[in-house]
Design a binder for this molecule. Sequence first.
Ligand SMILES: NC(=O)c1ccc[n+]([C@@H]2O[C@H](COP(=O)([O-])OP(=O)(O)OC[C@H]3O[C@@H](n4cnc5c(N)ncnc54)[C@H](O)[C@@H]3O)[C@@H](O)[C@H]2O)c1
Length: 245
Amino acid sequence: MSEFDLTGKTAWVTGAGKGLGRAMATALAGAGSVVALTSRTRSHLKSLAGELGENTLVLPGSVSDEGFAEECVEQIGQIDILVNCAGISPTFKRSEQVSNEEWRRVLNVNLDGSWFCARAAGQRMLEQGGGSIINVSSVHAVTGFERIAPYAASKGGLEALTRVLAVEWANRGVRVNTIAPGYFGTELAEPLMHSRWGEKITGAIPLGRTGEPTELGGAAVFLASDASTYMTGTTLHVDGGWTAH
Ligand SMILES: NC(=O)c1ccc[n+]([C@@H]2O[C@H](COP(=O)([O-])OP(=O)(O)OC[C@H]3O[C@@H](n4cnc5c(N)ncnc54)[C@H](O)[C@@H]3O)[C@@H](O)[C@H]2O)c1
């Protein structure tokens, strides 16, 4: 059996309705995992569940709602893998113009929501004696860019959270890592790529192009599986080389 095989495991993927979460859920299911899918829009999840077949559970809702994560964990039962992918980047404004409401909206989903899910799934994994949590940050957790203050702060916080949980839970079998994507052509990134910054962004990617969502699947399966048993607290950049310079 391959060390990448996820047969017998259950993965909970948030933000699974579209984009990167959808691609990672598909990759995990392809490696043999049962997948539980969360995002805000039920119809998106239903369509993905239709593609993936019987081994799927659909759990629509918002990760930032208090109590939602615990309800999901209750419904899923065994959880071996969590991919914390739900995220938003609705504002593209100079920092001095960002309102408190805009700041809180982003932090509430990207950081609070990820924390709620990691805590709830982590409790279940600790009871089971093992699991793998994958938080999805961004290259902007470690590299500056203009007009994304709340987004970058939320992703930097998520990477810090990853390291703390990894240290706390290492001796109880729960690994916690981050995938930091560069730019991928999804609904979240498209408006920026089509703005006057698009060319600047593509020019800064050594591979010279944005990523395809399917190009994240391998990293997700790797961190979820026994192929990465000696990795915890780390960040895997899947960014076409963005952070290499
Ligand atoms: N696309 C990129 O270039 C890029 C780069 C770096 C990081 N990321 C990160 O990857 C993740 C996914 O981004 P994407 O590009 O696929 O975005 P997307 O907008 O295509 O999809 C986001 C998904 O998250 C879900 N979602 C949003 N808010 C939610 C909430 N409160 N509760 C539950 N689900 C919610 C949406 O319903 C949707 O299914 C985000 O965390 C984003 O910050 C994306």
